[in-house]
Design a protein around this ligand. Structure first.
Ligand SMILES: Cc1ncc(C[n+]2csc(CCOP(=O)(O)OP(=O)(O)O)c2C)c(N)n1
Ligand SMILES: [Mg+2]
Length: 384
C-alpha cells in the first residue's frame, strides 16, 4: 500500500529521487500525455498504437530517474511512457513519435507509436516482440563488462543496462536465456518487471504459477529480487537504487518486480470490459498511484496546494506547446521512405583487399557467397 501518512520532509529519500517538484511534474505530465494519446487516433491524426501506462507511473518514474542519460543504457517497452519522460525524452519528442513526424528521434516517423527511443542519451529502440530486448540488454551488458577499464573504451564509466517489460512477457524462453547469461557472466543488467496482472486479456494465474513471476528466476546464482509495490513512489526509488548498485558491483542478477495496476485496457485495440467486470475496474481506478502520491505530498507537508497547482499548470503548458508543435510538424518526405530500412551498400573489401585486387581499388559488389567464402577462409577456425 503506498504510504500516505509518513512525513515527506522527515522521510529519508533515496539519492536517485529528483525532489518533490520534479517527481510530481513528471508523473502529472506523463498522465496528461497518456490520457490524450488515444484522442489523436480518434481525430485521425496518428498514434495508431497506444498502451496506457496509468497505474504503472510510480515504478516508471523511478526507473527513468535511476537511469543516467548518456551514461547508462535503457531498453524500455511499449507501456513505458513515464519511464521515457523521466529518462530524458521530452513531451514534444513523445508526441512527434506518436504522430510519426519527420523529427521523431526514435526513427524519423517510421517506428510504431509508443516505441520510445533517443539514441543520443542511450534510450534504445526495441522491436515489438515482447521482452525480446532483454537479450540486447544482456549483450550490451557484456560489452560494458568487456570494455570498462580498457583504453579503447566506447561505453563510458560503469554504466548499468536496464531492461523493462511486463510480467506476462517474463514467461518468454529468451528471458531465461538472457538472465542465465547475466548470472553466469555477472553482467551489469537490471531487469524491471512491471506486473499489472494481465497479458492483454490473459490473467497472470493462467500463465505462471508464482504470484511474483520474478520468483521463477530465484534459483539463478546471484539472483536478487526486489518485491515492491509498484504504486509506491518512494519504495520504487529505493528498490531501483539498490538494484542499480547491485548491478554496478557485478553481484549477479538484480530483478525489480513491481506490482502495478492496469487502469485502462491493454491498448487502444482492446476493450477490457469484455473480460473485467465493473467491480474490478472500479477497484483498479481506486488504486491509481497519482492521487495517492499527491495526497501524501500534501498531507506530509512536502508541497502545498498552491505549489502542486503551479507544477500542474507548468506541465499543462509544456503539454499544450508540445501538442501544437507536433500537430504542425512535417511528416517524413515520401521520397525518403526506404531510408533506414535497408543498409547502405558497403564495400567490405576496401580496407582488406581480396586476392587479385590492390589496396584502395574499388570493390565489385560482392555476392554473399563470395564475401562469405573469402572471409570464412580468413578465420583461424576455418584454417584449422
Ligand atoms: C513475442 C510476442 N508474442 C506475443 C506478442 C503479442 N503481445 C503484445 S503485448 C502482449 C501482452 C504482454 O503482457 P505483459 O508482458 O504482462 O505486459 P503488459 O502489456 O501487461 O504491460 C502480447 C502477448 C508480441 N508482441 N510478441
Ligand atoms: Mg501485464
Amino acid at each position: 500500500m503506498p504510504r500516505t501518512k509518513e512525513k515527506a520532509k522527515a522521510a529519508k529519500l533515496p539519492p536517485n529521487y529528483p525532489g518533490h517538484d520534479k517527481a510530481w511534474r513528471l508523473l502529472f505530465l506523463g498522465r496528461l500525455i497518456d490520457n490524450e494519446a488515444p484522442n489523436f487516433l480518434r481525430k485521425a491524426m496518428g498514434w495508431s498504437y497506444h498502451a496506457p501506462n496509468a497505474g504503472h507511473d510510480a515504478i516508471q518514474l523511478a526507473l527513468g530517474c535511476t537511469f543516467r542519460a548518456g551514461v547508462d543504457h535503457l531498453f524500455p517497452y511499449y507501456r513505458d511512457l513515464t519511464t521515457a519522460l523521466a529518462a530524458g525524452l521530452s513531451a514534444r519528442e513523445i508526441i512527434l513519435n506518436g504522430l510519426s513526424r519527420d523529427e521523431d528521434v526514435a526513427g524519423g516517423g517510421r517506428h510504431m507509436s509508443n516505441h520510445f527511443a533517443k539514441i543520443s542519451i542511450n534510450l534504445h529502440n526495441v522491436s515489438s516482440c515482447v521482452s525480446n530486448h532483454i537479450q540486447h540488454a544482456a549483450g550490451l551488458g557484456r560489452a560494458v563488462k568487456y570494455y570498462t577499464g580498457r583504453p579503447d573504451n566506447p561505453v563510458g564509466q560503469s554504466p548499468v543496462v536496464f531492461a523493462s517489460f511486463g510480467e506476462s512477457s517474463a514467461s518468454e524462453g529468451y528471458v531465461f536465456e538472457a538472465l542465465n547469461g547475466i548470472s553466469k557472466e555477472r553482467l551489469p543488467v537490471v531487469t524491471v518487471i512491471q506486473d499489472n496482472g494481465y497479458g492483454i486479456s490473459v490473467p497472470k494465474r493462467d500463465q505462471t504459477a508464482n504470484e511474483w513471476s520474478a520468483d521463477n528466476f530465484a534459483g539463478l546464482d546471484g539472483a536478487k529480487i526486489w518485491h515492491v509495490d509498484g504504486r509506491d513512489v518512494i519504495a520504487c526509488f529505493e528498490a531501483m537504487h539498490e538494484a542499480a548498485e547491485y548491478a554496478r558491483a557485478g553481484k549477479g542478477v538484480p530483478i525489480v518486480h513491481a506490482q502495478c495496476v492496469r487502469i485502462g485496457s491493454h491498448s487502444n485495440s482492446d476493450n477490457h470490459s469484455l473480460y473485467r467486470d465493473e467491480h474490478e475496474l472500479e477497484q483498479a481506478r481506486a488504486r491509481d498511484p497519482l492521487p495517492i502520491f499527491r495526497k501524501w505530498l500534501l498531507e506530509s507537508g512536502a508541497l502545498s496546494e498552491e505549489q502542486l497547482a503551479a507544477v500542474e499548470a507548468d506541465a499543462h503548458k509544456e503539454f499544450g506547446d508540445a501538442y501544437e508543435y507536433g500537430e504542425r510538424a512535417p511528416k517524413p518526405d515520401p521520397a525518403t521512405a526506404l531510408e533506414f530500412i535497408f543498409p547502405r551498400p558497403t564495400s567490405p573489401h576496401r580496407s582488406n583487399p581480396s586476392p587479385g585486387r590492390k589496396a584502395g581499388e574499388a570493390a565489385k559488389p560482392p555476392t554473399n557467397q563470395g564475401w562469405l567464402s573469402s572471409n570464412i577462409s580468413k578465420t583461424p577456425k576455418a584454417a584449422a
